[in-house]
Design a protein around this ligand. Structure first.
Ligand code: NAI
Length: 334
């Protein structure tokens, strides 16, 4: 199986190396098709992406992407947003599970956050009106809203989930979020066996922090989904353990939720777990459940034993040492 690998910026190279090593040790048979992209590549070459990257994702259908930096206020368009738009990866899928041994406020979180990935305020439709005023457009369509709602209900149906919650601010944004909510309710009618409800986004943040177990599958427009999924990763030990997938009809781009972490880049300090868990998602989606479980269990074991954990969760190990420990725990499935 060929998979495009984009190491990206900052800690991206270190955590991608960890992914390559674990994949090799597991014998996944993945052949990595590596391409550079991001702010560092831009500084070297004047281009955001290495030529051939888009064609390779088109051909392979699968990519595993490290974080790419988006300098603030430089007119530099996010590579993530560009790839999502180019491949119409309309669903951003973020599982949020408590991990054994990772200290966090809750030990029983089991949520799926599904974010609409193509519209809303992230379309880049922003304009300056003179020096002191700017104008951004929030675009919501019925077609994209129904598509993401259906994705959420189909996921719930296939995986025995009982509740789908729509997050919105339709009380204030009556036309845009109102349309998102209306589309959700319309789709919900096709799934009478699955409960559904809706919660206003500000109340949702409070409810998630006070009791995340009251939710199951959450579906949200782009901006709220982005914010809520980071909040949810904080409920289970932080960004170091949060994977995601950008899913379209023909392409899927797996990645870590976190960014390029410039503060720790190049210091062998990064926790590679999120990108390793993204690799596990990729393997699970391609009938390699045993290998996916092996990665998840190995990470849990290393964290539970606590001898080779990274700084973000209070340990002293570097990325390489943590990866060695994960490989040592992979077990028989190799
Ligand atoms: P960040 O996620 O890179 O870092 C936030 C904090 O978490 C930092 O203290 C960092 O050291 C820590 N952290 C993140 N990942 C870690 C890991 N694997 N192990 C240990 N500690 C970790 O967020 P920030 O600083 O807001 O963004 C930095 C750059 O990354 C920006 O240019 C941003 O645009 C980009 N970014 C890219 C994303 C992507 O490519 N998917 C997602 C989010 C941000």
């Amino acid at each position: 199986m060929k998979v495009v690998l984009i190491p990206g910026d900052g800690i991206g190279k270190e955590i991608s190396e960890s992914v390559r090593r674990v994949s090799e040790a597991l014998g996944t048979g993945i052949e990595w098709d590596e391409f550079a992209a991001g702010a560092e590549y831009y500084d070297e070459s004047g281009s955001l992406m290495q030529p051939g990257l888009v064609e390779a994702i088109e051909a392979d259908g699968l990519a595993l992407k490290g974080p790419t930096a988006t300098p603030i206020g430089k007119g530099f368009r996010s590579i993530n947003v560009q790839l999502r738009q180019r491949f119409n990866t309309y669903a951003n899928f973020r599982p949020v599970h408590s991990r054994v041994g990772v200290k966090s406020r809750y030990d029983n979180v089991d949520l799926i956050v599904i974010r609409e990935n193509t519209e809303d305020l992230y379309m880049g439709l922003e304009y300056k009106i003179g020096d002191d005023t700017a104008h951004g457009i929030k675009l919501i369509t019925r077609q994209a809203s129904e598509r993401i709602a259906r994705f959420a209900f189909e996921y719930a149906k296939k995986h025995g989930r009982h509740l789908v919650t729509c997050v919105h601010k339709a009380n204030i944004m009556k036309y845009t979020d109102g349309l998102f909510l209306d589309a959700f309710n319309h789709v919900a009618a096709d799934y009478p066996d699955i409960e559904h409800n809706s919660v206003i986004v500000d109340a949702m943040t409070m409810k998630l922090v006070t009791d995340p177990t009251q939710f199951d599958v959450i579906v949200a427009p782009n901006l709220y989904g982005d914010i809520l999924s980071d909040l949810c990763s904080g409920l289970v030990g932080g960004l170091g353990f949060a994977p995601s997938a950008n899913i379209g009809d023909n392409q899927v781009i797996y990645e870590a939720v976190h960014g390029s972490a410039p503060d720790i880049a190049g210091k062998d300090l990064a926790n590679p777990s999120a990108l390793l868990l993204a690799l596990a998602m990729l393997l699970r989606d391609h009938d390699m459940e045993d290998k996916a479980k092996a990665i998840e269990n190995a990470i849990d074991e290393v964290v539970r034993k606590g001898e080779h954990t990274t700084h973000d969760i209070g340990g002293n190990a570097g990325t390489k040492e943590f990866t060695d420990a994960v490989i040592a725990e992979l077990g028989e499935v190799r």
